[in-house]
Design a protein around this ligand. Structure first.
Ligand code: ZN
Length: 675
């Protein structure tokens, strides 16, 4: 006998160095939540897994910059994001973390499994090593002089001054960003996963997936065309899952390799919590289980190529059944939002709106096949013109009618006729269409079909004219209102994947328990005549323009607080006063030998001669500059650029590839303070 299908649904592991925003929700979290809720209504066996991705250089570096432990960083974001998901009704069976012991153990076992099968390759190359810190320095941990422009604070992976991509070994005078120690080149050995070996198997597998979304398939085609290569799966870092092989001190498993294993370890953890510790295997290893990864498009390569190749190499686990990746949801409309990219944080937006209104608004514009847009005005019109005018209206008019004309009880169903049966049948058919859409991960279509069903309920109410029947044929009127109340129950079930909080409210209004709350009861009569109804409530209060305007002004204010004028934090006046800005006169200027970008300037500031080196040679010739009055930071720590002392910095404005030095109009003494 064939076992019942199991659904193992995962949502991308959010990286624990940022707060979840609604772009994330639209990409990888709301659709699986809707899907899982739908499956549960169909009595399917489904579990929903996610958790924080808590390793990697970004977290280690953030902890160093903030002078806190990595644990503090990950705790901050893990717990905040967990709560944000809960506030939005995203209901995981488990939302765990890759810093957990069970994850470390599971990832190490996976790694050892591949070692024992002789799948991993060891390769040596030279990297920068700090004798003082006794460790190799990953790229973000190194700073040095840019070989391209001579800027002395270039990062190991990039020069912020000229924008060149660099590797740590290219830096001149490299040093540790943390201790300033001068590292040496030293051989280091890392494990590599031979991804290229799996290309054929992967492409056969992916191209056999006729029902996958085209964006996912096309993305993979691009990767196959470029050719898959060996990928390093270990790094010289402290923060992470230690490499479980002797002689690898100071090495951790690369985060891209261990994080997806988190799906497995979190499933284990879930069933340990449920005192059924072997049951996770039924979801990961048995043929009747379907693994479905919900992700945003930025994660396609890891879920459709890298992780499946790892699973193929390991051999014990199922490959993904589907990967319904979404495109991006962009934030549009108001100017302030654009400045934040898609940065409307969930923890902020839930303060302003009911979670269902947010869910509905996002689900209506899911970026399923292409990027889509979200804005506040759209949320307002979705609430007022759809949720309130169609859904809220039907529930409210039905219940208010029953309250006032039938003494607040569900009227009898004695004189039900074909028309009443027809609307219920229509609901059953709608539920089949909605099912088909959900089964194929077409959430927007499912939602519009759902709302069409609610529209048809309103039409049935209007066409039946219960207010006329009440005067002429009270029994027929009762049958119509009874049917409308049944429709309210059906609607509660039908909308509940998207609007779970509203569904609960409708049940309360109907004074109905959850015993009939499942998909197969849509379009069925489940209410008892004579039952007293519960308290009514307005499900979707109107959202006013003024509310939106207030949010926009609050947001731009908090935006201003967060961003200052576009970079860093707002500062106190005292902070500004620490910077000595002074007027300087350029008395001499020459090009720096062997540098395309640097000019050496001699200045007089308050009668004192100074020398600065500035990366402006592409914009000015020495002749342009001599004699000009400019603004300099007079108390900047001296630095060396291409071996030349620089005792300050001139101010210049740069935009779209143009650069203009800040000069002074008219005559003023050098040394004059600027403030
Ligand atoms: Zn540079």
């Amino acid at each position: 006998m064939k076992n019942k299908t199991k659904y193992l649904v995962t949502a991308a592991l959010p990286y624990a160095n940022n707060y979840i925003h609604i772009g994330h929700v639209a990409g990888a979290y709301l659709s699986p939540d809707i899907y899982v809720r739908y499956r549960r209504l169909k009595n399917d066996d489904v579990i929903f897994i996610s958790g924080s991705d808590e390793h990697g250089t970004a977290i280690e570096m953030a902890s160093i910059i903030e002078k806190v432990t990595p644990q503090e960083i990950i705790d901050r974001y893990h717990f905040s994001n967990k709560k944000a998901f809960e506030d939005l009704g995203i209901q995981f069976d488990i939302f765990s973390r890759t810093s957990s012991e069970i994850h470390h153990k599971t990832a190490q076992e996976f790694f050892l499994n591949l070692i024992n099968k002789d799948i991993l390759i060891k390769k040596s190359d030279k990297q920068l090593y700090s004798e003082k810190e006794k460790r190799f320095l990953a790229d973000r941990f190194i700073t040095g002089t840019c070989p391209v422009c001579g800027y002395e604070e270039a990062r190991g992976d990039e020069c912020e001054n000229c924008g060149s991509n660099l590797s740590p070994l290219e830096l001149i005078n490299p040093r540790s960003k943390i201790t300033g120690d001068i590292p040496v080149e030293k051989e280091t050995t890392h494990y590599y996963f031979p991804l290229g070996k799996y290309q054929e198997k992967l492409s056969d597998w992916i191209f056999s997936k006729t029902d996958w979304k085209p964006n996912v398939i096309n993305y993979c085609k691009g990767w196959f065309k470029a050719g898959l290569r060996d990928r390093a799966i270990t790094r010289d870092l402290d923060w992470g899952v230690k490499v479980p092989v002797e002689g690898n001190d100071g090495k951790v498993i690369y985060v891209w390799f261990e994080a997806p294993i988190g799906y497995i370890s979190m499933t284990k953890e879930l069933f340990i919590e449920r005192n059924d510790s072997d049951k996770w295997k039924e979801y990961w290893c048995s043929e009747d289980s379907k693994l479905i990864h919900f992700i945003g498009k930025d994660n396609i390569v890891f879920h459709s190529i890298v992780f499946p190749a790892m699973l193929m190499a390991h051999g014990d686990f199922n490959l993904p059944y589907n990967i319904p990746a979404n495109e991006f949801l962009n934030i549009g409309g108001e100017k302030f939002s654009k400045s934040r990219g898609n940065g409307i944080l969930v923890k902020d937006i839930v303060k302003y709106f009911e979670p269902d209104v947010i869910r509905y608004s996002i689900a209506s514009s899911f970026p399923e096949n292409k990027d889509s847009e979200f804005n506040w005005k759209d949320l307002l019109s979705r609430n007022n013109n759809e949720l309130a005018a169609i859904l809220g209206n039907f529930i409210n008019r039905t219940v208010v009618f029953a309250k006032s004309k039938f003494n607040n009880v569900i009227p009898g169903e004695e004189s039900i006729n074909n028309l009443d049966q027809e609307i219920l049948d229509q609901f059953r058919r709608s539920s089949d269409s909605v099912s088909a859409f959900y089964d194929n991960f077409r959430f927007r279509d499912a939602l519009s079909e759902t709302m069409n069903a609610v529209r048809s309920a309103n039409k049935y109410f209007n066409d039946s004219e219960p207010w006329k029947l009440f005067k002429n044929d009270k029994e027929r009127c009762g049958a119509v209102i009874h049917t409308c109340l049944e429709l309210c129950h059906s609607i509660a079930v039908l909308i509940s994947p998207v609007l779970p909080f509203t569904a609960e409210k409708i049940l309360k209004i109907l004074n109905k328990d959850k015993s009939d709350f499942n998909w197969s009861n849509i379009g069925r009569r489940v209410l008892k005549s004579g039952t007293e109804l519960g308290e009514t409530e307005i499900l979707f209060p109107q959202i006013e323009d003024s509310q939106i305007e207030k949010i926009i002004s609050d947001e731009s204010e908090s935006n201003a607080v967060k961003n200052g004028k576009g970079s860093g934090n707002l500062i106190e006046l005292d902070d500004f006063r620490k910077v000595n800005l002074k007027i300087a006169r350029i008395i001499n200027c020459e090009k720096v030998a062997k540098s395309k970008k640097l000019l050496k300037l001699k200045l007089i500031v308050g009668g004192i001669e100074k020398q600065i080196v500035s990366g402006i040679a592409e914009y000015y010739t020495p002749e342009d500059l001599i004699g000009k009055l400019i603004v300099v930071v007079d108390n900047l720590k001296p630095a060396k650029l291409m071996g030349i002392d620089s005792e300050g910095m001139l101010l210049a404005a740069k935009n779209n590839g143009e650069l203009k030095i800040i000069t002074v109009e008219g005559e003023i003494s050098d040394g004059a303070e600027v403030n």
